[in-house]
Ligand binder design. Structure first.
Ligand SMILES: Cc1cc2nc3c(=O)[nH]c(=O)nc-3n(C[C@H](O)[C@H](O)[C@H](O)COP(=O)(O)OP(=O)(O)OC[C@H]3O[C@@H](n4cnc5c(N)ncnc54)[C@H](O)[C@@H]3O)c2cc1C
Length: 359
C-alpha cells in the first residue's frame, strides 16, 4: 500500500496550485489526471488584471489575489527553473465616450494609482487598431503561459511526489472518517480539482453549477500590429510569427463538447469592429469554465464525508484565484484556520440531504 497525505484528482490550474501549497508544508501528494480531457486550463489565455471593465471598478479581491498570484508564480519559476509568468501592460480600447471619461476620472484616484494609465501605448499608432473613443492602459496585468506552467508542475510532481495518468471515479474511492483508499493508495484526504465535472460527481452532486463555455481563435495577420494584451470586448495577444490569440466567448446555454461557427463569428465581429486588417483563422478551441451560481470558488470538505474535499469553481479567473485559495485551503486542512465564508462549501449546506447525497 502506497501512503500519501492527499490524493488530488485533476491537474489543471486548481490541482497544480493545491499540490504546490501542500508541498510547501511538507505534505506528500498523489496527483491523478486523465490526460487533460476537457480541461479548461489548457484553453485559457492565462491573462490577469484587476478590473471589471463594464463598470470600471475593481473586481472581487482583485489586488490581493493578483499580488499573491504574482509572488506564487515567480517563486515557482525560481524553484522549477522555468519561465511562465510575464507581466504585460493591457491596453483597453474604449467603447464609448462615457468609458473614456470614466477612465480619466478613475486614473486620478489613489486606489487606481498603480493600476490605470490614462494614455495609449506608443505601439498603437503603428497598428491597425482604430481606437475611436481612445484607449488607456492597465499596469497591473500579465499572462501566465498556462500549458508551460502545467507541464513544469507535472514534471516536478512526478519527480518529487507521485503523478498518475488515469481517471478517478469516486465510486472506487473507499472513504471513512479519517482516510481514503483508492487502488493501492491510502491518504488522509482526496480532493477533487476536476474542473467543470464536479457536479456530476457523487457525493458532491448536491452542488449546483452555472457552467460557461468559452471559445478562442488563433489567427494569423501580417498587419494587425498588436504588441501586448489588447482588450476591446475580445482579448487579443500576439504569440509570435504573426499569430494572435483572440478570446473568449461566454456561453452558459450551449455546453456542447465542440467548437462552433457561432463563437468564431462573434469573436471576429468584435475584433473587426476596431479596425481593418487582413487575417486567416488557423485554429479554434473550446473549454468549459467551472463556474457556480454566485461566481465564487467552492472549497472545503464534504458535509458528511470529511476525508473528501473539493477545490473548484475557479470560473474565468483561475490564474489568480487558485494560488491564494490553495494556501487558505491547506491552512484550513492542517491548521484549522476557517475558510473565507464567501468561498466555503458550507454556504451550500442547505442543499445537502444526507438521505439522497451520501452514496
Ligand atoms: C476560452 C477560455 C479562456 C479562458 N481564459 C482565462 C484567462 O485568460 N485567465 C484566467 O484566469 N482564466 C481563464 N479561463 C478560465 C480558466 O480556464 C479556469 O478558471 C481554470 O482553468 C479552471 O481550472 P481547474 O483546474 O479548476 O479545471 P480544469 O482546467 O478543467 O482542470 C481539471 C482537470 O481534471 C481532470 N479531470 C477531470 N475529472 C477527472 C477525473 N475523474 N479523474 C482524473 N482527472 C480528471 C481534467 O482532465 C483536467 O485536467 C478561461 C477559460 C476558457 C474556457
Amino acid at each position: 500500500m502506497t501512503k500519501v497525505d492527499v490524493i488530488i484528482v485533476g491537474q489543471g490550474i486548481a490541482g497544480s496550485a493545491l499540490a504546490v501549497e501542500l508541498d510547501r508544508i511538507g505534505k506528500r501528494v498523489l496527483v491523478v489526471d486523465d490526460g487533460r480531457v476537457g480541461s479548461s486550463s489548457i484553453v485559457a489565455g492565462g491573462y490577469y488584471h484587476p478590473l471589471s471593465f463594464r463598470a470600471l471598478r475593481m473586481a472581487w479581491k482583485a489586488k490581493q489575489l493578483i499580488s499573491f498570484a504574482e509572488s506564487f508564480y515567480s517563486e515557482l519559476e525560481i524553484l522549477l527553473e522555468k519561465n511562465f509568468l510575464n507581466r504585460h501592460r493591457l491596453t483597453r480600447v474604449f467603447s464609448t465616450v462615457e468609458e473614456q471619461n470614466n477612465w480619466a476620472v478613475k486614473s486620478e484616484l489613489l486606489d487606481y494609482e498603480n493600476v490605470l494609465i490614462d494614455e495609449p501605448p506608443v505601439w498603437l499608432e503603428c497598428s491597425k487598431v482604430n481606437a475611436r473613443y481612445g484607449s488607456g492602459q492597465v499596469k497591473l496585468a500579465g499572462r501566465l503561459e498556462v500549458v508551460k506552467y502545467l507541464d513544469a508542475v507535472s514534471n516536478w510532481i512526478r519527480n518529487k511526489h507521485e503523478m498518475r495518468q488515469g481517471r478517478v471515479e469516486l465510486s472506487d474511492v473507499l472513504v471513512d472518517d479519517k482516510k481514503v483508499k483508492w487502488q493501492d493508495v491510502e491518504a488522509s484526504y482526496c480532493i477533487l480539482c476536476n474542473g467543470h465535472q464536479f457536479v456530476k460527481t457523487q457525493p458532491f452532486s448536491y452542488l449546483k453549477d452555472n457552467l460557461t463555455k468559452g471559445e478562442m481563435l488563433e489567427i494569423r495577420s501580417e498587419d494587425l500590429g498588436v504588441k501586448s494584451i489588447l482588450n476591446a470586448g475580445v482579448t487579443v495577444f500576439p504569440t509570435g510569427q504573426d499569430l494572435y490569440r483572440v478570446s473568449a466567448t461566454y456561453d452558459p446555454r450551449d455546453l456542447s463538447a465542440t467548437i462552433t461557427e457561432k463563437a468564431a463569428s462573434i469573436l471576429m465581429e468584435k475584433l473587426l469592429s476596431i479596425g481593418e486588417f487582413s487575417y486567416e483563422v488557423v485554429n479554434q478551441e473550446y473549454g468549459i469554465r467551472p463556474t457556480i451560481p454566485d461566481r465564487k470558488p467552492i472549497i472545503g470538505l464534504h458535509p458528511s464525508k470529511s476525508a473528501l474535499g473539493i477545490f473548484n469553481g475557479m470560473g474565468s479567473k483561475g490564474v489568480v484565484i487558485a494560488p491564494f485559495f490553495a494556501r487558505q485551503f491547506v491552512h484550513h486542512l492542517y491548521s484549522g484556520v476557517p475558510l473565507d465564508p464567501e468561498v466555503s462549501i458550507a454556504r451550500y449546506s442547505k442543499w445537502f440531504d444526507p438521505e439522497i447525497h451520501n452514496n
